[in-house]
Design a binder for this molecule. Sequence first.
Ligand SMILES: Nc1ncnc2c1ncn2[C@@H]1O[C@H](COP(=O)(O)OP(=O)(O)OP(=O)(O)O)[C@@H](O)[C@H]1O
Ligand SMILES: [Mg+2]
Length: 243
Amino acid sequence: MSTDPFFRVTNLVKSYQMGATTVHALAGVDLAMPPNTFTVLMGPSGSGKSTLLYLVGGLDRATSGEIEVDGQRIDTLNENDLALYRRRTVGFIFQSFHLLPTMTALENVALPMRLAGVPKRERQERAFELLSRVGLADRAYHRPTELSGGQQQRVSVARALINDPHLILADEPTGNLDTVSGLSIMTLLSELHTAGRTVLVVTHDPRMRNFATDMIYILDGLIVDEATYTAAANFAAPGMEHA
Ligand SMILES: Nc1ncnc2c1ncn2[C@@H]1O[C@H](COP(=O)(O)OP(=O)(O)OP(=O)(O)O)[C@@H](O)[C@H]1O
Ligand SMILES: [Mg+2]
């Protein structure tokens, strides 16, 4: 079996210019994850978690540094190839669901396949199969406003899986959910990991540790070890109360 990392981030920097000051959302992140890992990323509010996920997911561009996923450099891709990467390799689960309000659950789930040019019949079958898998077969024709928060998150998980991505990125997927709905999302992510996918999850939920193969910690845009993170958390810095 290959020991090459499934994804590797090298000296990744993301800065924002805010008037006279520069905000370093990521201040030089180095990270390498083997294939088929389930990594939990923890850090206080504003530490750069979402920024890191967005860059690895090809949703935003870094200021500098390298990102390699599944043997492919993604920081050097042009817009077209980056769109293909997002569609074929990555499944992204957002904290706030990002469902389209005028579309049914089925249409929302099938959307990435529509963008990939898959025929209607085939994408509807696959979308229905995935909705069944997340326990929502009987809600396929509901619109997001006709679904509970947990159900909407499950629709967004089904949508993230529709193109069978090798890398699943989830940004606080259980943050808005009740305890039971949260656990069912965690279990689903864990099943995907068991089925061979690589999963990277940002979460404050301590239960996610039970599923993780790896834990990583981020403070002020830099990856730190657990001892440093715990010591900082003990000072109860603002925003760390949940971490
Ligand atoms: N578009 C932007 N313009 C300027 N600064 C930004 C922008 N997006 C993020 N930042 C800053 O970058 C830093 C990292 O933000 P990020 O969203 O990655 O944090 P986070 O760890 O996901 O926090 P949270 O737990 O609150 O979601 C923050 O200080 C934030 O204010
Ligand atoms: Mg965030």
